[in-house]
Write a protein of this length. Structure first.
Length: 239
C-alpha cells in the first residue's frame, strides 16, 4: 500500500491546462493573433508549450521577452485584452481545438461516483475555465472552480488551493492536489497538501516526471487506484 493509499481523502483539486485538458493549440492561436497585431513574429506551438504556466500575463511577458527588441514600446495590457478577444473568438467560429487528455473522464467519473468532492484550481480566469469545462463535457464532475481572478495570489501561492478546500468543505488534511508542473507542486507544498503529477503536461518545458511529487501517474484513470479503497469508502460514506 502506498503512502497515499493509506490516507483517507475526501477532496481532490485539479489543475486545468496540461492536467485535464490540452489547450496549447488554442493558446498558441490566440497569442499569435495578438502578437501579429503588434507587428511581432508568430511563435510555434512547441515554443508556446514551454511558456505556459503561471497565467496568461506571464505567458505574454515571456513571449515579449523573446520577440520584442529591447526598448520596443509595447503595451502588455493591450496584448492581454486582445489575447482574450481572440481566444473567445475561437468558440464563436467553432475552431476550438482543446482536447481532454485520455483517461480524464474515466478517472473523474469514478472519483465522483465514489463521493469525493472535486475542484479545479487554475490561473485561468474562472469564467473561461467554467466555459471550457462545459464545452468539453467535464463540468458535471466538479463542485467548485477557483480561477486566477478570484482576488487571490495566483499559484504557486497556496491561497487558491485553500480557497478550493473551503468551497468544497473539505479539510486540508483530507485534500489532494493533482497537476502537471512545478507551479502545482509548489502550491501544494505551501498549502500542506500531498500532490500527484501527470507526465504529459507543460511544466514550462521541463519534464514533469522529474518533479518532487508524491507520485506520478500516466493517466488520471489511475488516480482512484492510487489513492486507494480507503478514500473511496470514506468519501462514499460521507455523502
Amino acid at each position: 500500500m502506498t503512502g497515499l493509499a493509506a490516507r483517507s481523502f475526501t477532496g481532490v483539486l485539479f489543475d486545468l491546462d496540461g492536467t485535464l485538458v490540452d489547450t496549447a493549440a488554442d493558446i498558441t492561436s490566440a497569442l499569435n493573433c495578438a502578437l501579429s497585431e503588434q507587428g511581432l513574429a508568430r511563435l510555434s506551438e512547441s515554443e508556446v508549450r514551454r511558456m505556459i504556466g503561471r497565467g496568461v500575463t506571464v505567458l505574454i511577458e515571456r513571449a515579449l521577452r523573446q520577440l520584442a527588441p529591447a526598448g520596443t514600446p509595447l503595451e502588455a495590457a493591450r496584448l492581454r485584452a486582445h489575447y482574450d478577444e481572440h481566444y473567445e473568438a475561437l468558440y464563436g467560429r467553432g475552431e476550438l481545438r482543446a482536447r481532454v487528455y485520455p483517461g480524464v473522464a474515466a478517472g473523474l467519473a469514478q472519483l465522483h461516483a465514489a463521493g469525493l468532492r472535486l475542484a479545479v484550481v487554475t490561473n485561468k480566469p474562472r469564467a473561461a475555465a467554467v466555459k471550457l469545462l462545459g464545452h468539453l463535457a467535464l463540468a458535471q464532475w466538479f463542485d467548485a472552480v477557483v480561477g486566477g481572478d478570484a482576488g487571490l495570489p495566483p499559484k504557486p501561492h497556496p491561497e487558491p488551493l485553500l480557497r478550493a478546500c473551503e468551497e468544497l468543505k473539505v479539510a486540508r488534511a483530507a485534500a489532494l492536489m493533482v497537476g502537471d508542473s512545478q507551479v502545482d507542486v509548489s502550491a501544494a507544498r505551501a498549502a500542506g497538501l500531498p500532490v500527484v503529477c501527470v507526465p504529459y503536461g507543460y511544466n514550462e518545458g521541463a519534464d514533469p516526471r522529474a518533479l518532487p511529487a508524491d507520485a506520478c501517474i500516466e493517466s488520471l484513470a489511475e488516480l482512484p487506484g492510487l489513492i486507494g479503497a480507503a478514500s473511496m469508502r470514506c468519501a462514499h460514506a460521507a455523502r
